[in-house]
Write a protein that binds this ligand. Structure first.
Ligand SMILES: [Zn+2]
Length: 322
């Protein structure tokens, strides 16, 4: 089974394999979890096993697996999105396609990536299919925010929530793609938060290092308008960096608390001790704790579709406030 090759997510894998073995597949599943956790990787393995006509063999060459690998399997349909929104027309096309019976096996699978981008109209259209699905239809949603979907969709969908990987699992995942020297691995594990894509980006682009210097510059020169404005522009242009920026900020405040408690050898940003020392001496313990709590709250708010620009302004105010 393709699912046997997935690292980690043991509970979900057991659940999915049981469904496949008992042939009890429902009509809608959502793989949910933070961006970059590997929702598509896991969903693709599940889809391959769902459509496979002979689940026993490794590297199966059945017509379904073969055409799926080539991207020509007529029983698999992926909704395309421009990463801004998924409109009702896309879902109507899905619905029309779902009216035709499968070509090879007894299932047709529809994958909707970034499902939270479906407009209300699109979701209502999908709902019609979910209310009276042809027996062979399986719809798979990928989403960073299951709760952002209409309650009527949620109630008809099995939510498979992916959780961050442990350090051990991350080491296996990273090692299977890029061998990384041990001294770098520690830093990568701390900043990637159990999310493989974060780790790969750090390795491939050195991007987190750059982001970290940019964020730390704000603390180096408090009140420097230009640094703040640069960070603001960057966050408005590349929303996908927001989560990493939160990680870096939280690591800075946590380090400052750790420093205050005399545990200098446990700093994440140990190479930036001067900055940490400075922050530690500027704030009382309870203020640092408040800042951490505020940042965590802000991070949660961003996942509930708040006004992005206002959210960024509030974030920058929070970190500049003395
Ligand atoms: Zn197969």
């Amino acid at each position: 089974m393709e699912l046997d090759n997935i690292i980690g997510q043991r509970d979900l894998i057991i659940q999915l394999k049981r469904l496949l073995e008992l042939d009890l597949t429902g009509h809608a599943y959502a793989f949910s979890g933070p961006a970059g956790i590997g929702k598509k990787t896991l969903a693709s393995a599940f889809i391959k096993d769902l459509l496979c006509l002979d689940r026993k063999s490794e590297n199966c060459r059945c017509i379904s697996c073969r055409t799926l690998n080539e991207g020509t399997n007529p029983d698999f349909y992926e909704v395309q999105s421009d990463k801004k929104s998924i409109g009702v027309d896309s879902i109507r096309e899905l619905r029309d396609d779902a009216a035709h019976r499968p070509a090879y096996g007894n299932r047709k699978v529809y994958l909707i990536p970034d499902a939270e981008l479906m407009t209300v109209q699109a979701q209502n259209c999908l709902l019609k299919t979910l209310e009276e699905p042809p027996e062979y239809v399986v719809i798979i949603l990928l989403t960073t925010s299951f709760e952002a979907l209409l309650p009527t969709i949620q109630s008809r969908t099995v939510n498979l929530r992916m959780s961050p990987y442990s350090d051990e699992e991350m080491k296996k995942i990273i090692g299977s793609v890029h061998p990384v020297p041990d001294e770098e691995l520690g830093f990568i594990l701390r900043f990637s938060h159990g999310i493989p894509l974060n780790a790969f980006r750090m390795i491939e682009e050195g991007k987190v290092k750059d982001l970290r210097s940019q964020v730390l510059r704000i603390f180096e020169k408090p009140g420097d308008f230009i640094q703040t404005e640069n960070l603001r522009k960057m966050l408005l242009d590349s929303r996908e960096e927001l989560s990493t920026v939160f990680d870096i900020l939280l690591s800075v405040y946590r380090d400052s608390l750790v420093y205050k408690h005399g545990m200098e050898n446990r700093l994440i940003n140990s190479d930036k001790k001067d900055i940490i020392k400075n922050i530690a001496s500027s704030y009382e313990n309870h203020i640092l704790l408040d800042k951490i709590a505020n940042l965590e709250k802000m991070r949660r708010n961003f996942s509930y579709n708040i006004n992005y620009q206002l959210g960024i302004d509030a974030l920058l105010m929070e970190i500049q406030e003395v």
